[in-house]
Design a protein around this ligand. Structure first.
Ligand code: CU
Length: 118
């Protein structure tokens, strides 16, 4: 009987801790993680392939002679012309997000990958 009450108390305390933790961070979007993306012919080089959930800012540079873009999670950057850069900011929940270049058949040529959001 006592142990059941105790167990109930522990669960209630755990629930309070969880509620407090989420209450302390009302927006998980407060922190922005920057991912530098080099769009080469024909591969993306990312500064990191795993990011915490929340806001993610992709800084896309294009050192190649061909225009590229970056599409992820239903968002797409503007076309990044050779020698230029663009940013794309998206808010991501935990999961695996495929990304690709949507120009011509670049994705088939290798401009694709998966970003892991923890
Ligand atoms: Cu491309």
């Amino acid at each position: 009987m006592y142990s059941k009450l105790l167990a109930g108390g522990v669960i209630a305390a755990a629930a309070l801790v969880l509620a407090g933790a989420s209450g302390a961070r009302p927006q998980s979007t407060a922190v922005t993680t920057v991912v530098r993306v080099k769009a080469k012919d024909f591969v993306f080089v990312l500064s990191r392939k795993t990011v915490p959930h929340g806001r993610v800012e992709f800084v896309i540079t294009n050192p190649s002679p061909v225009a590229h873009d970056l599409a992820i999670a239903g968002h797409k950057s503007k076309l990044v012309q050779p020698g230029k850069s663009r940013t794309l900011t998206v808010t991501l929940k935990r999961g695996h997000y495929p990304y690709r270049c949507t120009v011509d058949s670049h994705a088939k040529l290798g401009m694709k990958g998966v970003l892991v959001v923890t």
